[in-house]
Write a protein that binds this ligand. Structure first.
Ligand SMILES: Nc1ncnc2c1ncn2[C@@H]1O[C@H](COP(=O)(O)OP(=O)(O)OP(=O)(O)O)[C@@H](O)[C@H]1O
Ligand SMILES: [Mg+2]
Length: 268
């Protein structure tokens, strides 16, 4: 596949490493509402439980969810040290997000400002130090494959993509486009996470409410592993809304165990 024309012209590529950050992984789906932010947050929890140091860059500038999901909802102006923003920490996870800057206000910004904000979060945040390096910086992307995706790929060297989809065809079609876009940007697909795959009733029987096979189809097409198939679980939503650590609070649940497996697979 030919690289995207935007990168062929390559005006502003900055792939210099971010100091003391070992791996930068994008979490994307193409489609909205399939669980990117939820997967990012719970993967961060699972990686943290596995002893990794993790940060989350909330690249969804118009619809930031990460502070709420981490329990950082309140307006915090990040401290500035030597011209660098110090990311607040929740559950051991360092995070940077537009909603830490704007509070509850909507970010009313044109595209060039979005890119500027993203680059500042990426490059003007003190993500790590020699004493406290980061093993993973997870980037929670907005839906679509627009400006933010391009700017991210141009402004850091991504170590991989975790593609999130639900089993439904409408989600799979968008996830497919997203995988192709990242391929054009030379970003490796680390694997597919199928979210909301099934619902387990009180008798333990799984029900595939949104069909079956979407995640497997994507994994097969792009020669990447199917990292996990996460069930619908009301506690996932409740924890996300309350900024609670689902993986720790419901450690025996099917979903938490799958998150831990995915984290183990990514951490190797
Ligand atoms: N496995 C799950 N079980 C139950 N609820 C879930 C699950 N995964 C996600 N949710 C809920 O679905 C909603 C959408 O999830 P989320 O915000 O993570 O999606 P998104 O892909 O990041 O959306 P957007 O495209 O708007 O950024 C949230 O309310 C979340 O709590
Ligand atoms: Mg989101």
């Amino acid at each position: 596949m030919k690289p995207a024309p935007e990168l062929q012209r390559a005006p502003n590529i900055n792939h210099t490493p971010i100091a003391h950050v070992a791996r930068i992984i994008a979490v994307a789906s193409g489609k909205g509402g399939v669980g990117k932010s939820t997967v990012t947050t719970n993967l961060a929890h699972a990686l943290t439980r596995a002893g990794k140091r993790v940060g989350i860059l909330d690249a969804d500038i118009y619809g930031p969810s990460i502070p709420r999901m981490l329990g950082l909802e309140t307006y915090i102006t990040p401290e500035i040290i030597d011209g660098m923003m110090v990311p607040p920490v929740a559950h051991g996870i360092r995070a940077m997000s537009m909603s830490l800057v704007t509070g509850d206000q909507a970010a009313v910004l044109r595209a060039p400002m979005i890119t500027k904000a993203l680059v500042q979060f990426l490059r003007l945040t003190r993500w790590a130090t020699a004493e406290a390096p980061l093993d993973f910086l997870l980037v929670d992307l907005p839906p679509g494959t627009g400006d933010v995706t391009l700017s991210l790929a141009q402004n850091c060297k991504l170590d991989g993509l975790v593609l999130v989809s639900t089993p439904q065809e409408v989600a799979v079609i968008d996830a497919d486009k997203c995988a192709v876009a990242f391929h054009k940007l030379h970003v490796k697909l680390l694997g597919v996470v199928e979210n909301m795959s099934y619902f387990i009733d009180p008798h333990g029987t799984p029900h595939h409410l949104f069909g079956q096979g979407g995640g497997a189809k994507l994994a097969e097409k792009f020669h990447a592993p199917l990292l996990g198939q996460l069930p619908l679980d009301a506690n996932v939503g409740v924890c996300a809304d309350n900024g609670e650590n689902f993986v720790a609070s419901y450690a025996d649940s099917v979903a938490a165990r799958i998150y831990e497996e995915i984290a183990d697979n990514l951490a190797v």
